[in-house]
Ligand binder design. Structure first.
Ligand SMILES: Nc1ncnc2c1ncn2[C@@H]1O[C@H](COP(=O)(O)OP(=O)(O)OP(=O)(O)O)[C@@H](O)[C@H]1O
Length: 683
């Protein structure tokens, strides 16, 4: 496959128009709703062989990892695969001996009773042994697969978290532990089939030396596999990129997604169901003659019927040959050798047919495994330093001091042209309470992220107590910082652990947890839960009813409903629970820097006021930075207000200074104040 010009759906006009979009070494063709992009000169077999050698270290490492997960289980799996590959041939050999002895007995009229029973006993022994081995290896495989899932998932998590907050390519493309297991299975399948083919060929070769018809017969057996290699659509084994090009199909996908949980409420309350269904019906009409299947499938379906007939005929060639032989030269082939050759050739044909597919599957799984192991090489997105925190002189200091010098920052992999921060310079003294205000998108949260070392600056520098922020050990720095933002979540574990994890050493200390929950306003929420602190919000909860529908009223259906029930909280309640973790963090007594970024957007004014007041009460020994749009009650306590606009600090000072300035800050402040001063009835 891979002949774009022969595809009826590609017009030459469309091709020239679009080809400039791609690298000159690439070509493309459209099929069904797809566009397939591939290299103009596909890799040669030599390149493929080189690829296999290149993959050798990954294969070796994978085998080593699995061996260490369970040496006994691994060896059992290897032995079982070798046996499985040769089992059919061994049994065939035994059957052929048995049939030969029987046939000889029939011809001569003197059956070799001992010989027949000996052959039968050996065959039965092998069958029983094979069944025992199969059961043992199935159980062993299950255990090894479980261990692989546990080991590789932990390994992946560790390396992804080490990388930092920017998800890497691997995360986006979803590398999971299953990749390793699949590769091992595929490797064993390919190895097993190679062994099977080698065994099958040597079997035929041996028969051919004892039988003059053998070589011709062996050659006929190979006709079908050779034709398959020559005429099978090559898309399966050609590196290619696929994308949907059909706008109608893309729209179907987009519109269908509106039925999912995230959009459902808006679609129903906005009375959009009718619109949605009408649109989808229209699209169905437009697409009714378009193939939606996987491209290789479409290609195969479009293949010439002659090729299919030739391929099917090739399959029957060995049978035609020995049937003709039997008709014209009845003495040449014995019934036993016909049956044996027939079975051996059928086995060989199916192994040949399958090996290509297996090799492809293996190639793709080994490339996934390479991506998995590549996680190890991922560098953290922020630089780790060597300086300990706190240094002896910092022990006595109350809070961290910051100096931002000409800081600019652009988010990695962003599509926007403008940097998020532009040439920012300012000084924050140790122990100060700072409030950052400004319009949406002005860069407030970005500053908080840089100060928390979630990203490194693009240019300029940030000094913490006189040393560059990147020179500190990340783990030390993080231990001294507490953050609370609108992006924080409730973890899918108990409420107690959710709060306790603020200070992992005291994760089981219920009295500290209760105090923290009271300070954040979460205690009254927890008191409402039937299971109190033990309540789990959105835990991992999997229950499935086979042939049981939740709509039924049966005891099983009720049980299923009970199992899938979750505890729900409101947005504001959720924020109170999350904030409790920060108060718990204060208990470590090591916190010298606190950032609070809009954690109360869903809280009622009273809860928000209480949260900010309680946070302020804990400011002793800490530098605290708040980001908030509703800043009225905070800025009056602030030692420093930074007012931002379009990624720059446009004003800084105290509330009084900035009100006197009558600039951006006083404008924002007055808008908020005016809302409360409006006389009744005015709009
Ligand atoms: N993860 C990100 N990747 C790319 N760009 C981002 C990212 N986060 C923010 N930005 C961009 O950086 C700029 C500053 O965003 P930032 O979140 O700092 O603004 P903000 O002042 O906190 O806004 P808001 O008041 O709406 O929370 C915006 O233009 C935003 O689109």
């Amino acid at each position: 496959m891979g002949h774009p010009s022969s595809d009826p759906q590609v017009t030459s006009e469309a091709k020239t128009a679009d080809e400039s979009e791609y690298d000159p070494s690439l070509r493309f063709f459209d099929i069904g709703v797809w566009r397939i992009i591939l290299e103009k000169t596909p890799g040669s077999s030599i390149q493929t062989m080189r690829g296999i050698f290149r993959d050798a270290p990954t294969i070796f490492r994978l085998l080593k990892d699995f061996y260490h997960l369970g040496p006994g289980l691994f060896m059992l799996m290897v032995f079982s695969k070798v046996w499985q590959s040769l089992e059919a041939l061994i049994l065939l050999e035994l059957s052929s001996r048995l049939l030969g002895t029987i046939e000889h007995g029939i011809r001569t009229g003197h059956p070799d009773v001992n010989g027949i029973f000996r052959a039968l006993a050996v065959r039965l022994f092998c069958v029983v042994l094979a069944a025992i081995l199969k059961k043992l290896s199935e159980r062993g495989e299950m255990v090894l697969e479980g261990r692989s899932e546990l080991y590789f998932e932990n390994w992946i998590l560790q390396h992804k978290l080490r990388q930092g907050v920017t998800p890497g390519q691997e995360e986006r493309s979803g590398v999971t532990a299953k990749v390793a297991w699949d590769t091992l299975k595929n490797l064993f399948s390919v190895g097993g089939h190679v062994l099977e083919i080698a065994g099958g060929l040597s079997f035929l070769f041996r028969l051919s030396t004892s039988n003059s018809e053998g070589p011709i017969f062996a050659a006929l057996c190979l006709t079908k596999p050779i034709l398959t290699i020559l005429f099978t659509p090559g898309l399966w084994d050609t590196p290619h990129v696929m994308t949907h090009i059909n706008e109608d199909w893309k729209r179907v996908k987009n519109l269908r997604s509106l039925g999912t949980k995230s959009y459902r409420e808006e679609v129903i309350s906005g009375d959009l169901v009718g619109y949605l269904l009408t649109e989808l019906r229209g699209l169905m009409d437009k697409l009714k003659h378009t193939a939606l299947d996987y491209p290789a499938q479409i290609w195969e379906a479009e293949q010439s019927v002659i090729i299919s007939i030739i391929k099917s005929f090739a399959e029957d060639l060995p049978m035609v040959y020995y049937a003709t032989n039997a008709a014209f030269y009845p003495g040449r082939l014995s019934v036993t050798s016909i049956a044996t050759l027939q079975q051996a050739s059928a086995g060989l044909r199916s192994s040949f047919g399958y090996i290509r597919y297996l090799a492809e599957r293996f190639k793709s799984s080994i490339s996934n495994t390479k991506r998995l192991y590549a996680l190890e090489a991922l560098k953290p997105n922020v630089k780790d330093g060597e300086l300990a925190y706190p240094l002896p002189e910092q022990e006595k200091q109350k809070g961290m001091s910051f100096e931002l010098k000409d800081v600019s920052f652009t988010y990695p992999a962003t599509q926007t042209k403008e940097p998020a921060l532009k040439n920012i310079s300012c000084t924050i003294k140790a122990g100060q309470l700072v409030v950052i205000v400004g319009a949406n998108g002005s860069g407030k949260s970005t500053i908080i992220k840089l100060l928390n070392r979630l990203f490194d600056v693009t240019s300029g520098s940030i000094l913490v107590d006189g040393h560059d922020i990147s020179s500190y050990r990340l783990s030390d720095f993080r231990r001294a910082a507490a953050t609370l933002t609108q992006e924080h979540h409730i973890f899918p574990i108990s409420v107690k652990e959710n709060i306790g994890m603020g200070y992992p050493k005291e994760v089981g200390n219920e009295s500290l947890i209760e105090t923290a929950a009271k300070e954040s306003g979460a205690w009254e929420v927890i008191e409402k839960f039937k299971n109190g602190l033990k309540t789990e919000l959105r835990p991992y909860n999997w229950a499935f009813g086979a042939h049981v529908s939740e709509a039924d009223e049966t005891p099983l259906a009720k049980e299923l409903k009970k199992l899938t029930k979750t505890t729900e909280v409101s947005g504001g309640e959720k924020q109170r629970l999350i904030a409790a973790r920060t108060f718990m963090r204060f208990e470590s007594r090591k916190i010298s820097f606190v950032t609070v970024d809009e954690p109360s957007s869903a809280m009622d004014p009273e809860a928000e006021y209480a949260l900010f007041s309680n946070l302020r009460k804990r400011r002793e020994g800490k530098t605290m930075i708040f980001v908030t749009h509703r800043f009225g009650h905070l800025t009056q306590h602030a030692d420093l207000i930074l007012c931002m606009k379009d990624g720059a600090i446009v004003e800084s000072g105290t509330h009084e200074d900035l009100m006197t300035n009558e600039g951006e800050y006083s404008k924002l402040y007055n808008i908020q104040a005016r809302a409360f001063q409006m006389p009744t009835g005015s709009s």
